[in-house]
Design a protein around this ligand. Structure first.
Ligand SMILES: [Zn+2]
Length: 130
């Protein structure tokens, strides 16, 4: 059963929910720590340039993250589109990630191939949790 990473917008903590793909979308997700339903799906593993968060939220594609982890090519296309809409060079690492996604590699494979990607994982949450 896949797990889906979320971040609670109330207590800022991260948690994961195990559910089947069909359950995802039909099931209300609440924070494992405080019970809030004010939670946000995180993109696992593959890092998105943190500084672009506010602008990324304006992109309509963000409503449709579900399933992208299971479809690397779709995720790669989406990330490339984001990069183009932002109009900034997201860096050689991100280019390589997108290339690999479009080649059909999973985020896990990419993370294994580019160890630097995982090195700053704690940056992703943005908060000073714990
Ligand atoms: Zn919470």
């Amino acid at each position: 059963m896949p797990y889906y990473p979320f971040r609670c917008l109330d207590c800022k903590r991260r948690f994961e929910v195990f559910m089947t793909y069909s359950e995802y979308g039909n099931q209300t997700v609440v924070c494992a720590h405080c019970g809030s339903s004010n939670v946000q799906r995180r993109i696992s593993r593959v890092r998105i340039a943190k500084s672009e968060d506010s602008r990324l939220e304006d992109l309509s594609d963000l409503d449709d993250f579900s399933g992208l982890e299971d479809d690397p090519r779709a995720l790669g296309r989406m990330m490339r589109k984001m990069s183009q809409e932002i109009g900034e060079d997201m860096g050689p690492e991100m280019d390589e990630v997108i290339d690999r996604l479009e080649a059909g590699q999973s985020p896990e494979e990419i993370e294994a191939a580019i160890p630097e990607l995982g090195a700053g994982e704690s940056d992703l949450a943005g908060g000073d949790e714990e």
